[in-house]
Ligand binder design. Structure first.
Ligand SMILES: *[C@@H]1O[C@H](CO)[C@@H](O)[C@H](O)[C@H]1NC(C)=O
Ligand SMILES: *[C@@H]1O[C@H](CO)[C@@H](O)[C@H](O)[C@H]1NC(C)=O
Ligand SMILES: *[C@@H]1O[C@H](CO)[C@@H](O)[C@H](O)[C@H]1NC(C)=O
Ligand SMILES: *[C@@H]1O[C@H](CO)[C@@H](O)[C@H](O)[C@H]1NC(C)=O
Ligand SMILES: *[C@@H]1O[C@H](CO)[C@@H](O)[C@H](O)[C@H]1NC(C)=O
Ligand SMILES: *[C@@H]1O[C@H](CO)[C@@H](O)[C@H](O)[C@H]1NC(C)=O
Ligand SMILES: *[C@@H]1O[C@H](CO)[C@@H](O)[C@H](O)[C@H]1NC(C)=O
Length: 801
């Protein structure tokens, strides 16, 4: 006990040290960041100062420190050109992290100018950009000219994380970026709608992309003439008839009390485009066409100000989006007869269903109103992020997964016979292969179970990992590094490389291979092979596209998992552990259950990994006294710590901790929060015991968790975390109870379930056709081996040829 206390004390001291160094490194400004990326000197544009972001900037984090700054050799004459002379180029996933003091809406502006220098052709870049959970750009490419992308996000956490992800074989770049807090009253939380089912649309949580900001009257307003750095483009090129007139009368504009001048500058309200009624009144609309993406909703803001002083006439005209009537000017101006020169605006949410245009019109209400000069002063069009937190349709991937399911179902439906034939062929192949492998490689196989795993020559692994290229590192641990590799048959694998320098010894290496080769289960990561040559201890696993559960809960992945996905992941990993504990041969205790050891495949199906510490238990109810305490800090069963008695219930305890991480979306120990929150288990259990678990649910899934399912979930966690192992449930109990929690969550119909990743739909469909899938995965497991036979066919060829 005193030992445990010492550890905790040491930890606290360390965390205080950490905290103090963090504080001193924070930058000082009011959530406003202007950065000239890749530049080593500050650049001022009007009254805006863009800071240099040198390599040791606190806010730029690249996962692998691979980035360069580069300089343009072309001369630009535009106002912003100073920003476009340098760029930051990323060949790896990289992040800017901005501290945010005041929650609320912030603009993010991304400046891109794809120049060419001796080392880079930025036009060939292809990449994605995300901010918090929102996908801003996906596989984005641009050829020429400068582009500014503007988004607004309602930030509730204390950091804004901007992530640049190069598409495969490409890179990302950025010339400048801005983070600017929006004045409070600039963007409301909702607006009236046209063409939608509900009368008002709330978008507080959504992100908005500014797709158009237009100043009518055909006058540009540049960013330095706008206090908030917005630029407004002239409307001339969007007009579709020739029945309009551009007018300007700056002096008449008078902001009334209570109207924020930051809504739009005087230069926007002081110019307008109006229906040309002079001399020859016409019954027609003035219309503008703008590009829009079908399926998305748009917030359209009309800026209106009577600068033509037509009060003599009964000033009334209609405003339309596509063919929907939005409002009449007299309603917008509240029939105020003194409205001359007074700015107004009107917000409307509309959905673009078919076609890819948004048509904005103003025109007379009827033929009796043809003398009323319909006009518009400014227009902003903002795209609302969709239910997948994205601005980009991901139709391709959803089609792909549909196809996958169809394929799986077909396989399941009728091809069992074929599979049997293929499987027996495969067995025959495997015999042959084993022989040639044994003959072919340098013979220091030391494993009792050598015949159960495949042995790869080192050269093959070197080739697959580009000779252990740092660019391919996907994980680092005490044992060494994990690389992504591609075998000759294009199969992706994860390569864990232990070596003389690693802390994972030969014993763990061996344990892991022996354990893994004994079983194949859809919720346990599968072993592909190993290599033991020149002191290299390498294990090759199936590649898990979506990395670790931990990364998805509070790590570098920005799309957060939905509650339903989280439950499915818990159920999957519980199934894997249950299989281990009740395994057909002998019970196995994993001993290192943690969120970093639960991996997710392309469909977010969970697989338990890392069996280096696993032990074969003598039986599930018997205890096992071990000599050294092993496992991961924070997840360790307290009883095991004290009594050193290892049982399957130690895994149950650790699993309870994982369930808490899943619920709260935070690490087990978080030294950077207030003292009473540092330890997740203590903190969360206080809430559970008070029946207030809902207060600590991860904000990312707020509103998705049904009270009944939360309450049951909390109950299971509490049982798993019981001090005395005898009081903890078995993994089987946990599994059945978790399935019940998913049932309590109800069918997939709540509106909040829309706020999910695309892949979750895949897993839901999977769950609904569970029987099919169960069959198909058995088959697919065998097929995986078949494709493995290709690998070995290759190896054999290599050795013989
Ligand atoms: C840029 O401006 C900031 C803030 O004024 C200052 O602290 C910094 O030293 C300047 N950097 C350079 C390279 O001039
Ligand atoms: C850019 O301007 C500099 C100096 O004004 C000049 O030396 C250089 O040749 C120009 N580059 C191009 C591509 O025009
Ligand atoms: C840069 O890349 C683009 C697109 O890949 C290509 O069209 C262009 O010719 C390249 N320019 C140069 C100077 O290499
Ligand atoms: C931002 O979101 C919070 C809730 O998370 C909400 O209370 C607030 O009104 C939102 N702010 C804006 C400007 O939409
Ligand atoms: C900014 O506004 C002033 C006054 O209206 C004008 O003279 C100037 O040209 C504007 N600058 C730009 C870059 O539009
Ligand atoms: C509008 O025009 C009328 C006369 O037509 C004039 O009396 C009035 O002062 C004008 N209003 C403004 C705000 O200029
Ligand atoms: C203006 O556009 C609206 C919406 O498309 C339409 O209903 C109306 O008839 C048009 N008015 C004129 C005068 O063409």
């Amino acid at each position: 006990m005193s030992c445990l206390e010492n550890i905790v004390l040491l930890f606290l001291v360390l965390s205080i040290l950490c905290l103090s160094c963090n504080v001193s490194s924070q930058s000082v400004s009011l959530d406003k960041y202007l950065i000239d990326c890749g530049s080593s000197s500050n650049v001022s544009l009007g009254n805006r100062l863009f800071l240099a972001d040198d390599s040791d900037s606190n806010i730029l984090k690249t996962l692998q420190k691979i980035f360069v700054s580069t300089k343009s050799s072309s001369n630009l004459s535009t106002f912003d050109s100073k920003l476009y002379q340098t760029a930051r180029v990323f060949s790896e996933i990289s992040q800017y992290t901005f501290p945010i003091r005041n929650p609320g809406r912030h603009w993010i502006r991304l400046h891109f100018f794809p120049f060419v220098d001796e080392n880079h052709n930025l036009s060939s870049a292809k990449f994605s950009v995300s901010a918090q959970s929102f996908t801003l750009l996906k596989d984005f490419q641009m050829n020429k000219g400068s582009t500014v992308k503007e988004y607004s996000l309602n930030i509730s956490s204390n950091t804004l994380v901007l992530t640049f992800t190069p598409s495969s074989d490409s890179f990302a770049f950025i010339n400048a970026l801005e983070v600017i807090p929006l004045p409070d009253d600039l963007l409301p939380g909702d607006a009236k709608t046209v063409g939608l089912h509900e009368a008002r649309r709330n978008f507080q949580r959504q992100a908005l992309e500014t797709v158009m900001r237009v100043n009518m009257g055909n006058q540009a307003v540049s960013s330095q003439n706008d206090t908030l750095g917005r630029s407004w483009v002239p409307d001339g090129s969007f007009l579709i008839h020739n029945n309009e007139k551009f007018v300007s009368n700056m002096n008449i504009v008078k902001f009334r009390k209570g109207f924020s001048e930051e809504i739009a500058p005087k230069t926007v309200y002081g110019t307008a485009t109006k229906l040309n009624t002079e001399g020859n009144p016409i019954y027609a609309n003035v219309s503008w066409y703008f590009d829009a993406s079908p399926g998305f909703e748009y917030l359209v803001r009309f800026h209106l100000c009577d600068i033509v002083n037509s009060s003599a006439l009964d000033l009334s005209f209609n405003v339309y989006i596509n063919s929907w009537f939005v409002s009449s000017y007299s309603d917008i101006s509240n029939q105020d007869s003194n409205a001359v020169g007074v700015p107004y605006y009107l917000d409307v949410v509309a959905k673009v269903d078919d076609g890819s245009k948004l048509k904005i019109s103003v025109g007379p209400r009827s033929v009796d109103d043809i003398y009323a000069p319909a006009f518009l002063n400014g227009l902003e069009i903002m795209k609302l992020s969709n239910s997948k937190d994205s601005f980009v349709l991901d139709s391709l991937s959803s089609k792909k997964s549909e196809r996958k399911i169809v394929v799986a179902a077909c396989l399941a439906a009728g091809l069992t016979a074929v599979v049997v034939v293929v499987a027996s062929l495969f067995l025959i192949c495997r015999r042959r292969r084993k022989l040639s492998l044994v003959n072919g490689t340098s013979g220091n196989a030391t494993f009792s179970g050598a015949e159960i795993a495949y042995r790869f020559p080192l050269v093959v692994i070197q080739e697959a990992t580009d000779n252990f290229s740092e660019n391919l590192v996907i994980g680092v641990g005490g044992f060494g590094k994990v690389y992504k590799g591609v075998l000759r048959d294009n199969r992706e694998v994860a390569v864990k490389r232990g070596g003389p320098q690693s802390t994972q010894g030969l014993v763990e290496f061996r344990t892991e291979i022996e354990m893994l080769s004994q079983f194949r289960h859809r919720h346990l990561v599968s072993l592909i092979g190993y290599c033991y040559e020149q002191n290299e201890m390498i294990i090759i696993y199936e590649y898990m596209e979506n990395g670790t559960l931990k990364e998805h809960l509070y790590g570098s992945y920005l799309l957060r998992l939905s509650w339903r996905q989280r439950l499915q992941i818990c159920i999957g990993s519980a199934r894997g552990l249950h299989y281990l504990h009740t395994g057909p041969a002998k019970a196995i205790i994993h001993r290192d259950v943690k969120s970093a050891n639960i991996l997710l495949d392309e469909n977010f199906m969970a697989k338990v990994a890392d069996f280096g510490l696993s032990k074969t238990g003598p039986g599930i109810d018997q205890t096992h006294v071990s000599t050294a305490v092993k496992g991961s800090f924070g997840y360790l069963d307290p009883e095991y710590l004290i009594m050193q008695q290892l049982t399957a219930k130690s895994d149950v305890y650790s699993f309870g901790v994982v369930m808490l991480e899943v619920l709260c979306g935070r690490p087990v120990i978080n030294p950077s929060v207030s003292r009473e929150k540092v330890n997740l288990i203590e903190w969360a259990m206080r809430y559970q015991k008070r029946g207030q678990l809902e207060l600590i649910v991860d904000p990312c899934i707020e509103g998705q968790v049904k009270p009944e399912s939360l309450s049951k979930f909390g109950e299971i966690v509490e049982k798993c975390l019981a001090e005395r192992s005898a009081l903890r449930p078995t993994m089987g109990d946990v599994l059945w109870n978790l399935e019940y929690v998913l049932q309590l969550q109800g069918p997939d119909k709540t509106p909040n379930d829309n706020v999910e990743l695309s892949s979750s739909h895949v897993s839901q469909r999977e769950a609904s056709s569970e029987s099919h899938i169960e069959v198909s995965t058995v088959n697919l497991g065998d097929l995986a081996d078949v494709s493995m036979s290709k690998v070995f066919a290759q190896l054999v060829r290599e050795e013989t040829g």
